[in-house]
Design a protein around this ligand. Structure first.
Ligand code: UDP
Length: 404
């Protein structure tokens, strides 16, 4: 695992000094993060990288995962889709199953750390314990809640009112809430296996091992197989440009343990790809960080045609690698991409096809987008900035914590 000092060549000494200064005031504080999956998806990705650095800074940080069964995950997937604005039918049993899992987890968790940091809706009900422990609770929403189904938002608000603060990734997600809310963008770790620099021969070794031919420009979307990532829309856009440019499309993905729909969506994607040798669909385990790094670096253009998106770490990853990224103009994505400056924002299959063709035909313009994107990520979306924001947030929770 990298140490804080290893980040100095990328972010500068001052940034690290500031982190050490802020962390001083939090020495001895214990933080517990809770989400619903240890692998797969952006939340697990961030926590894995952030916690060792917080611990190095003297802010003792632990991570736990709520456990539920099949019924719970199908309810939480419905909640996820409803928060994204897709109307869902909830039965009384759905709510009951959700609450049963909260109760079952409460039995096995002490939850007496100074700060409990709950990620997303799945463990939101654990806040019941706050009454007994008198500690501080944060709810971190990673989901695009610009237009949530009201019924489900009201259900979550029942729990939310007991939290000290809520954290969102984009100003467009803010809701009328009885508690203060703050805006903190996610981040990537430039030194992780997923993002570290790779030598050209390292890239080709991985790509060869995966059997991806590089005789044509590679256009890639890395995503869990989730309809909101619109993998079938990506295939449709690619088909529209095939008669003009010779390229190969690669859809790479896996699934997260808390996502029951992945297998079905994978089948839909395989069917849409058919037997076209220029459309590759690759399943990778969620631990395949080096593979994804090499694939992103071997790509000519990166796509992320999401229909809803909390933030979209795959975009941050692509931009950090200096790649031109074409992405849906939804959720947190416009915070990362300024259209025609640090990438391309699209609203449709046709728009995606149009810009994909442009970027493949105008490599100098594509390169410039990638360069600007990388600089934007360096300034705003690296792990050190994220840690700073969290330290400030922790400090803001307790007036007894003082900076010296
Ligand atoms: N990812 C991965 N393997 C996959 C699909 C995604 O490692 O098969 C990673 C991807 O590189 C990124 C994260 O999972 O770091 C996805 O985060 P994002 O915010 O893009 O989407 P989410 O999955 O959280 O909706």
């Amino acid at each position: 695992m990298p140490q804080l000092n290893d980040y100095e060549p990328i972010v500068g000494a001052q940034v690290l000094e500031e982190l050490r200064y802020l962390a001083q005031a939090l020495k001895g504080q214990r933080i517990l993060h809770i989400n619903s999956t240890a692998v797969g998806g952006g939340v697990a990705e961030i926590l894995n990288r952030m916690l060792p650095l917080l611990t190095e800074l003297g802010v003792e940080s632990r991570w736990d995962v709520v456990k539920g069964g099949e019924e719970f995950y199908s309810v939480t997937k419905k909640i996820h889709n409803a928060l994204h604005g897709h109307a869902q039918m909830f039965t009384p049993r759905d709510y009951e199953a959700f609450e049963e899992v909260q109760e079952a987890n409460l039995k096995n968790m002490a939850l007496d750390e100074d700060i409990i940091f709950i990620h997303d809706p799945q463990p939101i009900g654990l806040v019941k314990r706050k009454r007994d422990c008198g500690n501080r609770w944060l709810w971190r929403c990673h989901v695009d809640v610009s237009n949530p189904q009201r019924e489900i938002w009201n259900f979550l608000e029942k729990y939310l009112q007991f939290y000290d603060k809520a954290v969102f990734s984009s100003p467009s997600f803010s809701q009328r809430l009885p508690i203060p809310q703050v805006l903190i963008c996610p981040s990537i770790d430039p030194l992780s296996e997923k993002n570290r620099e790779l030598m050209p021969d390292e890239i080709s070794a991985v790509i060869q091992r995966l059997g991806i031919p590089l005789d044509k420009p590679l256009v890639t979307q890395v995503s869990r197989f989730d309809r909101l990532k619109d993998p079938v829309g990506v295939i449709k856009a690619f088909r529209q440009i095939q008669k003009y440019v010779d390229a190969r499309l690669l859809l790479v993905g896996g699934s997260a343990t808390d996502d029951p729909e992945g297998a079905q969506v994978y089948l839909e994607v395989k069917e849409a790809a058919g037997d076209d040798p220029d459309i590759l669909v690759l399943l990778l385990p969620p631990t395949a960080h080096l593979e994804i790094n090499a694939i992103q670096r071997a790509s000519t253009v990166i796509l992320q045609k999401s229909l809803k998106e909390g933030f979209g770490l795959t975009i941050t990853e692509g931009l950090w690698k200096g790649k031109p990224v074409i992405a849906g103009a939804v959720g947190g994505i416009p915070l990362q991409i300024t259209h025609k400056y640090s990438g391309i924002l699209v609203h449709s299959i046709e728009g995606t096809a149009y810009w994909l063709k442009q970027l493949l035909q105008e490599p100098a313009f594509a390169r410039k987008l990638g360069e600007n994107g990388r600089e934007h990520v360096r300034q705003n979306f690296l792990l050190t900035r994220h840690i700073r924001d969290y330290l400030l947030l922790f400090l803001s929770l307790d007036p007894n914590l003082k900076l010296h």
